[in-house]
Design a protein around this ligand. Structure first.
Ligand SMILES: [Zn+2]
Length: 192
């Protein structure tokens, strides 16, 4: 839900910039669609009984290219990546105190023909965006999520995260650990 609202705001910001010729609004809108290979945006919202993880990533981080797959090898890479994203409880291990189960997974990518993709992708590039919803019996107790993203997606170097919970708003940045450490889960933590 949050994802859709952000998109609408950013669309409005672009329209406002065009009509009012206010360059700072346009720069702000572009920043919301930042597309830097190796970097991923991960927003976590803890709301009532749910933990919702919103991911925005250049497609390159996930499959190593940014267009529809052509060869059999590329098709297999895409299939494997999509299967891994759908099995999101293997990518995200939420603090057991929250007692969460994976709910709906929504994947969006124009290049891969998935879902309703973001219409504002930069020319010549492609994103893969996703929303992972978890249903929890004690969502408010969650204070960390262990991420298996660095081990699964080799092109990923940095995760920029914002967490919105009843304990407050947090910003976190995780960098790919060196060497064999990257195979271990990376902990995204917040709160006390
Ligand atoms: Zn790109």
């Amino acid at each position: 839900m949050k994802h859709i609202r952000l998109r609408r705001i950013s669309g409005l910001a672009i329209a406002t910039a065009l009509f009012a010729a206010a360059p700072f609004l346009s720069a702000q809108a572009q920043q919301q669609h930042a597309h830097v290979h190796g970097q991923m945006k991960l927003d976590v919202a803890i709301d009532g009984p749910t933990v919702v993880i919103d991911m925005e990533s250049p497609l390159d981080n996930i499959v190593g290219f940014e267009r529809a797959p052509k060869t059999d090898a590329e098709k297999a890479t895409v299939e494997a990546a999509v299967a891994q994203l759908r099995a999101a409880d293997k990518l995200f291990t939420i603090d057991p105190a929250a007692n969460c189960k994976l709910g709906p997974v929504d994947l969006r990518s124009g290049a891969l023909g998935l879902g309703n993709p973001d219409p504002n992708e930069p020319p010549g590039h492609a994103d893969l965006d996703a929303t992972f919803s978890f249903n929890c019996t004690n969502a408010g107790a969650a204070k960390f999520i262990d991420l298996n993203l660095f081990s699964v997606f080799k092109g990923l170097r940095q995760i920029d995260s914002q967490i919105a919970s009843s304990q407050g708003q947090f910003k976190r940045q995780l960098k790919r650990p060196a060497g064999a450490q990257a195979a271990q889960p990376a902990r995204l933590s917040w709160g006390k």
